[in-house]
Design a protein. Structure first.
Length: 223
């Protein structure tokens, strides 16, 4: 294959508050990581999973249950550190996707849309959704003006890149590695970033309410 995907799963899940690293919290009988990997089954990509130290064997077991082959590496203190650890393990593939395990319900069609955009010549591509809420600025003096939401887009993953470009972005960026958006690092090099339509199912499981929503979507009809 010409494409690798780094699935970052090394976060602690503080906001979810389950007492285990978020990717290893269970939803409807399987871990968040296993659900995320199921979305990659049958996609023509090589998979690198990035996990907290001590969770390597659990990650391999999740991959096996999901029906995918994955290499497993240990991540770092920030998401960017974890992506960098994953990049070290990626081989010679021409394209690299970076995906949050926490977007556990991201469908295969979304992953394929990002890969297709790369194969059609884009060098950086992000799935996006329109913003539905009314958004207002907020500051010390209270609420400010309403921002025209038609000009805004919410970012999802997997984000896809030319592998050399992503490596260059990370080489530049590691000093200020608190970014949670890979495309932002590529953009900082002056490179354009394209978009493809995102998918509502690719929402990020962050809070307990998100986990409840994911579980409801996973529950079999009528149960
Ligand atoms: N991530 C990672 N390594 C880190 C931090 C985050 O691999 N040091 C991953 C998470 O596992 C997740 C994705 O980045 O799949 C998005 O991060 P987020 O939703 O913030 O997850 P957590 O950092 O685990 O959650 P929290 O911020 O609530 O602790
Ligand atoms: Mg986090």
């Amino acid at each position: 294959t010409d494409t690798a995907i780094i699935v970052v799963a090394a976060g602690s899940g503080t906001r979810l508050g389950r007492g285990v690293p978020k990717a290893f919290a269970e939803l409807a009988g399987a871990t968040i990581l296993e659900h995320a990997l199921r979305g990659l089954a049958g996609v023509d990509v090589s998979i690198v999973v990035v996990v907290p130290v001590g969770f390597e064997a659990d990650a391999s077991a999740a991959a096996e249950r999901a029906g995918v082959v994955a290499s497993v590496v240990v991540g770092g203190a920030t998401r960017a550190d974890s992506v960098a650890a994953g990049l070290e393990r990626v081989g010679e593939e021409r394209f690299v996707l970076v995906h949050d395990a926490a977007r556990a319900l991201a469908p295969r069609s979304l992953v394929e849309r990002v890969v297709e955009a790369l194969r059609s010549g884009e060098r950086a591509v992000v799935p996006v959704l329109p913003v539905v809420d009314t958004i207002r600025e907020s500051g010390a003096a209270g609420l400010g003006r309403i921002v025209d939401r038609s000009t805004l887009r919410a970012m999802q993953t997997p984000q896809g890149f030319d592998a050399q470009l992503l490596r260059a972005a990370y080489a530049e960026a590691l000093a200020r590695a608190d970014s949670t958006d890979d495309a932002q690092l590529v953009q900082a090099l002056g490179e354009p970033v394209a978009s493809v339509p995102g998918d509502e199912l690719a929402f990020k499981i962050t809070t307990a309410a998100d986990a409840d929503r994911a579980e409801a979507l996973l529950a079999p009809e009528g149960s």
